[in-house]
Ligand binder design. Structure first.
Ligand code: HEC
Length: 136
């Protein structure tokens, strides 16, 4: 099933002779991490697109149709306040509306459920708090 797969993005391929390497996104089984370690979760699941520091410049960014959001500027985009609820729902994938089309970002709720349903909300809350701590 799609939601059991997804994620784990490999950054591949400098095909010989090409000046511009085109990264490819590979989807594989989600890697386990500790739900109590948001930095490890961010590094494992998010950094490939959003960058190690959350600035939106991860190695897979150029393979996406949309630019990954700069996650250090969430406050700045929201009148100086961190929109906790919206961010959690976004990470989980709850606000996905068919009419808005597909998004490039995986819906993490289902993926985390596939690791352990009991810790999904913990993971999402910890990631949102982590993002909050990155605000500049
Ligand atoms: C495959 C690439 C990819 C991965 C992996 C990814 N994101 Fe994203 N993310 C995006 C893109 C692209 C956007 C821009 C919105 C869109 O999809 O249209 C985005 C948007 C967001 C937003 C919305 C920001 C805002 O201001 O509304 C949040 C929050 C976010 N990502 C958090 C995360 C977290 C946390 C993780 C890891 C658990 C993660 N992302 C993993 C690609 C990714």
């Amino acid at each position: 099933m799609v939601r059991d797969l997804v994620v784990a993005f490999a950054i591949l391929a400098f095909s010989a002779g090409t000046a511009l390497a085109q990264p490819k996104i590979e989807k594989g089984p989600i890697k386990p991490t500790s739900a109590a370690d948001p930095k490890a979760m961010f590094t494992t699941y998010c950094a490939v697109c959003h960058g190690a520091e959350g600035k939106g410049n991860g190695p897979a960014a150029s393979a996406l149709a949309k630019v990954p959001a700069d996650l250090t500027k969430i406050n700045a985009r929201n009148g100086g306040k961190f929109p906790d609820v919206r961010i959690r729902r976004y990470i989980e994938g709850l606000d996905e509306v068919a009419a808005h089309g597909t998004r490039d970002m995986p819906m993490w709720g289902g993926l985390f459920n596939s690791l352990n349903r009991d810790t999904t909300q913990l993971r999402i809350a910890a990631l949102a708090d982590y993002l909050k701590s990155l605000q500049q």
